[in-house]
Write a protein that binds this ligand. Structure first.
Ligand code: UN1
Length: 512
């Protein structure tokens, strides 16, 4: 059964062999080798993509630099109008793109659709934003002087995205960057290049239909070496990178060497505190989806469940019962809840993590394992598992991109908050409680140290309207909604003298 994937690929313009380099108007032939994309759902080769070599990278960059000169002078609301059309094109192809995302990276079809919905939402957000790139006005201390600040685009924005959200993360960055007046060069994950090819077809059609200059939204393909072109390139003032903390540190160093800007969206190690005052029905459902959604491969996945002693046994038993009902299988089949991991390498890391944490003293409550037999031929399907552990275990401190949930016990809320914060990462967090004193403490300065802190909802599934990102080893960047757009612009302070004298600031006298 192919679940309509071949028809979807056709409608999305994905061929057997795809050029991987595009200026938004043209696809560029390169001497780079082919890069195959296999589906973790059935292990089959989907198609291949040509890697971008240095000379075609330079071609793309030159087009992007030229395009910027024009694009920055197009009024922001007109740039917004183009993004509005991108949103509509995505609406038309939502099912097809959702299906491809599901097939290429393994998340359930429902979550694939959700990811495309995030793209549509950010387009809508960016359209509104295109009329709201507000600066401030200030009162000058000098007579007949006016002061204000305005925001200008940066130039070429480099976007490096990860396999787990192979299309949405691009759109959060690109749609905002574009209305701000920047041009974009996108290097998607080498584990999900076809989803990116499909997006490039979608945006290219809109750009061409509006006679937008070549180079406004470009695509390059390959592994970290191609990402390095962007990181090293002085012509790229901002590199926005999503992925592991290890990758983020490398990108930050290389970009930092040339004093470029980075926007980093790195690992999470997200916890949910379940208090004795929690609505346990909600807590169980939220932790289940948080831990096994996208097979534990979201940066917002719930990895640690910190549960009050008084409800620990009940939570444990109910969660165990819920895990027993989970159906793992082909993500395109809507009867299944959980799809595969991205590849066999990820399966190895999952097994290694379980092994290590058991050696450290962890106790399996719901055992893990690799699934085999009919339907699991790709070798990428694993059983979501729960392990009783302690927060200081090396593996618990570490982000393993897999459905492993660690259960930890607590007695006092202050202690739970301390445990929740005692990891190197700081992306998302949640508390389940009906007690206002508890939730307010959790949200206070003495509470969660994460970029996202929720009450009575899970750690994953953030809406695009808020700023998305986290502290500490998560990298500090904020993408998507709120005023995240400021990261894609440069601020300029302007002082204008409309009088006939030249008073100096701070009252300084200087006469000749
Ligand atoms: C990611 O995993 O990189 O909050 C992004 C969520 C999604 C985005 C996750 N809206 O889970």
């Amino acid at each position: 059964q192919d679940f309509g994937i071949n028809d979807a690929l056709k409608r999305l313009g994905v061929e057997k062999n795809n050029l991987g380099t595009s200026t938004g108007v043209k696809w560029v032939e390169t001497s780079g080798e082919g890069m195959a994309s296999y589906s973790p759902a059935d292990g089959k080769l989907i198609a291949s993509v040509q890697v971008t070599d240095k000379s075609s990278y330079d071609q793309v960059m030159n087009k992007a630099l030229l395009a910027f000169k024009e694009w920055r002078m197009i009024p922001a609301p007109q740039r917004g109008e183009i993004v509005r059309q991108v949103g509509n094109a995505l609406r038309e192809l939502k099912e097809d793109l959702g299906k491809l995302v599901s097939y290429e990276m393994g998340k359930s079809y429902q979550e694939g659709l959700g990811e495309v919905q995030e793209m549509i939402d950010i387009c809508d957000f960016a359209v509104g934003l295109s009329r709201q790139l507000y600066g401030l006005t200030m009162h000058s201390e000098r007579p007949s002087h006016r002061m204000y600040e305005q925001w200008h685009p940066l130039g070429v924005v480099g976007i490096i995205s990860a396999f787990n959200f192979p299309v949405a993360v691009w759109s959060w960055n690109a749609m905002i960057a574009l209305v701000c007046g920047n041009v974009c060069v996108w290097k998607p994950s080498e584990k999900a290049p076809l989803s990116a090819i499909a997006c490039q077809h979608i945006i290219s059609k809109v750009l061409k239909g509006n006679n937008v200059p070549e180079g406004v939204s470009c695509l390059i393909n390959g592994d970290y070496r191609v990402g390095e072109y962007l990181a090293k390139d002085k012509r790229v003032p901002l590199v926005s990178a999503t992925g592991s903390t290890r990758m983020g540190k490398l990108v930050a160093q290389v970009v930092g060497q040339r004093l470029g800007k980075t926007l980093l969206e790195l690992g999470g190690n997200n916890a949910m505190i379940v208090s004795q005052h929690a609505d346990l029905d909600i807590a169980i459902r939220a932790s289940l989806f948080g831990a096994v959604g996208t097979a534990g491969q979201r940066c917002t996945t719930t990895r640690r469940l910190i549960v009050h002693d008084a409800v620990y046994e009940e939570v444990k038993n109910r969660l165990r019962a819920a895990y027993q009902k989970l159906v793992v299988g082909n993500p395109l089949d809507e009867a299944n809840h959980v799809g595969p991991l991205i590849d066999k390498e990820a399966v190895k890391m999952y097994l290694k993590a379980i092994d290590k944490v058991k050696n450290e003293g962890g106790k399996e409550l719901v055992p893990g394992g690799v699934l085999d037999g009919v339907g699991f031929e790709s070798g990428c399907y694993v059983t979501p598992c729960i392990i009783e552990a302690e927060n200081h275990y090396e593996m618990v401190q570490h982000e393993t991109f897999a459905p492993i949930l660690y259960m930890i016990r607590y007695n006092e809320l202050e202690e739970a908050i301390e445990i929740q914060n005692a990891v190197p990462q700081g992306l998302s967090s949640a508390i389940m409680t009906m007690h206002i004193r508890e939730s307010e403490l959790f949200l206070s300065a003495a509470g969660s140290d994460c970029g996202i802190a929720n009450v009575n909802i899970g750690t994953s599934g953030a809406e695009i309207g808020g700023a998305f990102g986290g502290e500490k080893e998560t990298g500090g960047g904020r993408e998507s909604g709120s005023d995240s757009w400021k990261a894609y612009m440069r601020r300029q302070t302007n002082t204008i003298n409309y009088g006939d004298a030249l008073p100096l600031a701070q009252g300084i006298k200087f006469e000749i």
